[in-house]
Write a protein that binds this ligand. Structure first.
Ligand SMILES: [Zn+2]
Length: 245
């Protein structure tokens, strides 16, 4: 029970940090300094107004100083992050498997929100998460299969990108997307890899059609769908594991 609460606390805190990264990385603001501030009135947010989820409820979703609405996304990211931390712990306890599941979901969540906002995948997130993935793979003793599937993922991404350009004469994938496929390949291997892709593309096509019909958006960010696929794969009450190393 104490462990569970620790994971919950970690999830909420990392969620709060994820909000900082999602907001600051595209704006190139330092992650550490300044401390949290209201994007509208720039007033510093006191620590007691910065408690994940609870502060949002206490303040009724408004800034204490200027009354500007706080985006519902902040508590949402914190709750998502709490789920990302707690559920793998419930499945695998304190283990490398838990760390793997948490890190792929956490990294992809941040990248997905940033992709949604800016249509960019930032190296400052991508490369540390790739290195971290290989490091865990090494300690989990499946480094070789991670390298293979990471490479296959990258190749798959390059092929889709190339095919999209050749056949449809338009950008099917962004420049950074094949690297994200590579990242997913480190963590999710074998048939599971195909399964997660299928799931992501299924979600993507359903939402894609709806969005294209109603919003006339030309570009659809891919990462939110990849994140959804990876999230569902890791969270569902039983995990598909067709191919275990
Ligand atoms: Zn304010």
């Amino acid at each position: 029970m104490v462990e569970l609460l620790i994971f919950l606390f970690l999830g909420l805190s990392f969620g709060s940090f994820a909000n900082v990264l999602i907001y600051r990385i595209p704006k190139e603001i330092s992650i550490i300094i300044p401390s949290s501030f209201c994007p509208n009135c720039k007033n510093k947010i006191k620590f007691y107004d910065n408690i994940p989820v609870l502060s949002y409820l206490f303040l009724k979703g408004r800034c204490r100083y200027c009354g500007e609405k706080i985006s519902l996304r902040y508590p949402l990211v914190e709750i998502l992050s709490a789920i990302i931390f707690v559920v793998p712990y419930l499945y695998f306890g304190i283990s490398l498997k838990t760390l793997e599941a948490i890190s792929i979901m956490y990294f992809l969540m941040i990248m997905a929100f940033i992709d949604f906002d800016t249509h960019y995948v930032y190296d400052i997130l991508l490369f540390p998460s790739l290195y971290f993935g290989f490091l865990i793979a090494f300690f989990s003793k499946h480094l070789l299969s991670s390298i293979i599937f990471s490479f296959l993922g990258f190749l798959f991404g390059i092929l889709i990108r190339w095919g999209g350009n050749k056949i449809f004469k338009k950008e099917a994938l962004g420049e950074g997307d094949p690297y994200v496929f590579a990242l997913m390949g480190i963590y999710i291997r074998g048939f599971d890899f195909l399964f997660v892709f299928f799931l992501s593309f299924l979600i993507g096509s359903i939402f894609g059609i709806i969005i294209l019909l109603f919003k006339k958006e030309k570009y659809l960010p891919l990462l939110p769908f990849l994140f959804s696929g990876v999230f569902i794969y890791n969270i569902i009450p039983f995990r598909w594991s067709f191919f275990i190393y």
